[in-house]
Design a protein around this ligand. Sequence first.
Ligand code: SF4
Length: 469
Amino acid sequence: MTGTRRLYLETLGCSKNLVDSEALLNLLPDGRFVPVADPLSADLIVLNTCGFIEAAREENVERLLALVAVKRETGARLAVIGCLSQRYARTLAEEVPEIDLLAGVCQQAELAGALTELGAAAGAPRSLVPASPRISFAGCLGRPLLTPPHLAYVKVSEGCSRACAFCAIPAIRGPYRSRTPADIEAEVRELAERGVGEINLISQDTAAYGRDSGEDLPGLVRRLARVAGPHWLRLFYLHPALVDLPGLLDIFAQPRVAPYLDLPIQHASDPVLARMRRGHDRARLAALLGGLRRERPDLCLRTTVMVGHPGETAVDFAALLDFLAEHPFDKLGAFVFSAEEGTPAAAMPDAVPAELAAERLERLQLQQMEISAERHAALVGRVLGCFVEALAGVGDGLPPGRGVDPLADGPFPNARAALRTERDAYEVDGHLFLDDAGELSLGQYVEAEVLAADVYDLRGRLANTPDRH
Ligand code: SF4
């Protein structure tokens, strides 16, 4: 098919998927595709999917069927890519014959070719999905960003070689593969030259970086911290079994590293940690967190926990609550166990009734709200580095449907600006709101003093003259 095609690309799921979408856009031949923000005006619709737990699959299938309805109306071609296709290509092809093309994860190079060739003729869905997941970083360097221009996600690796009992990600994304430090540095340098002020280092298991290639994470961070330009390097998904206190302190001693650590613990009761096959016990967590709080009390600690894992008793749950009270996290995401097909946990006995799991989730979230409020209140009077993420009358600067405007949907409707502090991750955490925005511009780096706090958000004022980042 010749001429320029109007492309609607929608990305569901995690930041790794977003990077895959950006890499795909980067590999499409110049001048053959023009992005559009509305699927109704597209010749080609591409849905990049997530499929790691039931709830995500339901949301993705619902969105897919909505785009199938658009296709019926407009005659556009429809491609479904990413984790849901990687995991369920055959089912999708059988049950959604309107799909024209299926591709799995990290297939951006093949996909760019296949999308260019995708003709007008309808027929059975064509599938590029390989039996085992591919690992590729093609198209990452120099890619267009789907995030606000002042921040970017950078993959340090792909896949995961751990075997947490509840997790389907290794089966979907494949075994662990680190990128070379040179590749990552080149990408960070190119982004910095483009004015990107925040680099988010992501993977399925960032703490495992280099274990397959003789490198290590502190070494990588030391190297990236020497790249001039970005204000922040932010690290996500550090499995507690693979980090140690000296290594973490080394990382946070580097310039530019945001004082923010995402350390998913999942649980804190030894019997449950064992059933989850997390590879460590409660004592290790306590030593790590105790050491971090002692040596770096300024750090913002985020975690993820799961309730309702098979075998979790009332005693285990109480142990988790006690641990979180004894070792408070600033930010916490909590989920209920989802029995994932093909995972060991899905076949385990002693399932926790859904109602009881939901009740445990609620109790845990209520406890955490008090903890987060207390930790936030302690920030009053502090001056924090921030990026301007939304301005009254301007919004967040992103096309409709992408991003959430914190001013439009936030707790302080009369605020004039929403900033995101060094202690808050994009799209995950809260904001600092200003009543007076002065002459600020989107993506600008400023410093703000915290005047008041609630559970998730802060109020403040500019601390000094804006730094024209
Ligand atoms: S480390 Fe994370 S991605 Fe890997 S198996 Fe465990 S939960 Fe899944």
